[in-house]
Write a protein that binds this ligand. Structure first.
Ligand SMILES: [Zn+2]
Length: 274
């Protein structure tokens, strides 16, 4: 734009008018895009958002500049793909960034995924009942309703202690990923069937150890079923990757293959850089 204006100053009145018109069209186009984005409720990650992501998500904080650019784009696309609903809580921009960041973390080693079947993110201030008689939930994924629901209090607790392998955000996004892989749409079948078969056998071995009360690595809840095992395994994968790899190397390697990323190596290289 500066170049255009500089040339316009050197030219005659006609040239000035021409460049002024170009500038006006450019400004009008930008304004129309902004209005369109506003009407759709869409956002784009900006500098203040990067500060939020770095402060709140340890995973994001250890990415290099190039990876952050890709992460930002995926966060933008995820937010713009979803409807966010607060039940007794306002869903702020910062909350959207963190929720999206959680989903992007789990899927970052794969082709860009929106978890597109899940069109709505529902946020509760604390644990909640989805029906009067149901037990209290910290979060859930409901493919029938196309909803990912989460208790914000517990979501924050998950990130406040990033190495205890308890993170309800990662847990629910892992459930969404697990379902999305099988729901027929353009994002289906992104997890390798061959590796998944191997993973299922190793997960069953560990579940059997849990049920038998033998020496095991994962917390008891993982043995509920394979969907829960996967969600719990994702929490350990990102929050205790080094000990997970040492305790269950074959299962860990399967997860590296399935998710296309290796948090234990990421941790090692980010420590080396410092
Ligand atoms: Zn679960």
């Amino acid at each position: 734009m500066n170049v255009c204006l500089a040339i316009a100053l050197d030219g005659g009145l006609g040239v000035t008018a021409f460049f002024a018109a170009v500038v006006l069209v450019f400004i009008a186009a930008r304004a129309m895009n902004a209005v369109g984005a506003l009407l759709k409720g869409s956002i784009s990650v900006r500098e203040s958002d990067r500060i939020v992501l770095s402060r709140c998500l340890p995973y994001y904080a250890q990415l290099d500049r190039t990876a952050r650019r890709e992460f930002d784009q995926r966060v933008t696309d995820f937010i713009n793909d979803k409807e966010f609903h607060g039940r007794g809580i306002e869903v702020t921009r910062e909350m959207k960034l963190m929720l999206a960041g959680s989903a992007v973390q789990v899927t970052f080693g794969l082709e860009p995924l929106l978890l597109m079947h899940f069109s709505r993110i529902v946020v509760y201030p604390d644990q909640y009942r989805n029906r009067p008689q149901s037990h209290l939930h910290l979060g859930e994924v409901n493919p029938g309703m196309r909803v990912i629901a989460i208790s914000w209090k517990h979501f924050l607790q998950g990130y406040a202690e990033p190495t205890d392998a308890r993170n309800v955000g990662l847990h629910e996004m892992a459930h969404a990923l697990w379902f999305e892989n099988r729901i027929p749409n353009v994002e289906t079948g992104f997890l390798s069937d061959k590796i998944l078969l191997e993973w299922r056998q190793l997960a069953e071995d560990e579940s059997a150890r849990i049920r038998a009360g033998e020496d095991r690595f994962f917390r008891e809840y993982a043995a509920t079923d394979q969907a829960e095992f996967f969600a719990v395994a994702v929490e350990y994968f990102f929050e205790k990757p080094v000990v997970y790899r040492a305790a269950l190397p074959e299962l860990y390697e399967c997860m590296v293959q399935l998710l296309g990323q290796d948090p234990a190596e990421m941790k090692a290289s980010s420590h080396q850089d410092r």
